[in-house]
Design a protein around this ligand. Sequence first.
Ligand SMILES: C[S@@+](CC[C@H](N)C(=O)[O-])C[C@H]1O[C@@H](n2cnc3c(N)ncnc32)[C@H](O)[C@@H]1O
Length: 313
Amino acid sequence: MEHVPVLLQESVEILLGGSRVVAGAAVIVDATFGGGGHTRRLLECGHDKVAVVAIDRDPAAIARSDSLQQDFGERFKLLPGNFSDLEQLLDQAGIGKIDGLLLDIGLSSFQLEEGARGFSFQSDGPLDMRMDPDAGEPAAAIIREADCDTLIRIFRDFGEEPYAGAIARKIVAARVQKPFLTTHSLAQLIADMVPDYKRSRRHPATKVFQALRIVVNDELGALEKVLKAGLERLSQGGRMVVISYHSLEDRLVKRFFRESAKGCICPPGIPVCGCGRISRVKIINRSGLRPQRVEIERNPRSRSACLRAIERL
Ligand SMILES: C[S@@+](CC[C@H](N)C(=O)[O-])C[C@H]1O[C@@H](n2cnc3c(N)ncnc32)[C@H](O)[C@@H]1O
């Protein structure tokens, strides 16, 4: 079991192209440490004055950091926690401005493949899905307690599931007989609603699992917070790279970047700007960068990835 880093070359090149990195000492935050693939490459490619501060909310990811500590000593620092608390985490570590921020959001292969974490319907395990097993409620609690309308909203809003209503009603009717405690029990209920699903490319539970995972970990809320805090912390010329894996995340990132890049919004023809608004960032790649075919063939999990990047002005 290993995690193959996605858009590795592309993201590292952008981060190391920031003016402060090029000029000398720089601090880059990898807020999604995972298996440490991006962190390692940043440390190997950056010169000795580039330090990486890595964050992850999953204790299992934190436990994988020993070799980096040994190989790079003081150039590598680990901050366990949720990236939605970026400001506090950096303050507590005595770090002010940063020169790069990487967010490779979503799940690592370690998390997906370990049945006991409950992220995947491919292997049976407890219906948990918490990235930090000590924070919040597992997915089983939502499936057990949420009313039908709430389940519909979750499946529709966070999974874009077209059969949200039918699935929610079936869950509510079935849970009275037997609670859904495992990934397979929930996946099977959904699969039973689509008799010839084996012919389709995706398992019919894919969107429901995505929706539950997003809610359990408040993934969109955390992303919104870290984008704002990250922008405040970036030094002039510093760069932010976000790799997202589904349209809800990508839309949020794209909007935030466009909004931050917007300059004066006064109506045309006004001689002196009255709004005082100035662009805070330059967008590095307007339409987002996707993995090349060779990368997708080598690592099919990269197929939905989209990289967006900005530079702080
Ligand atoms: C796709 S993996 C990152 C893989 C990494 N770039 C690599 O190459 O090994 C995403 C990681 O981000 C972590 N993560 C996701 N949301 C987080 C959050 N809000 N705060 C901290 N870590 C988070 C997950 O626990 C997971 O380990």
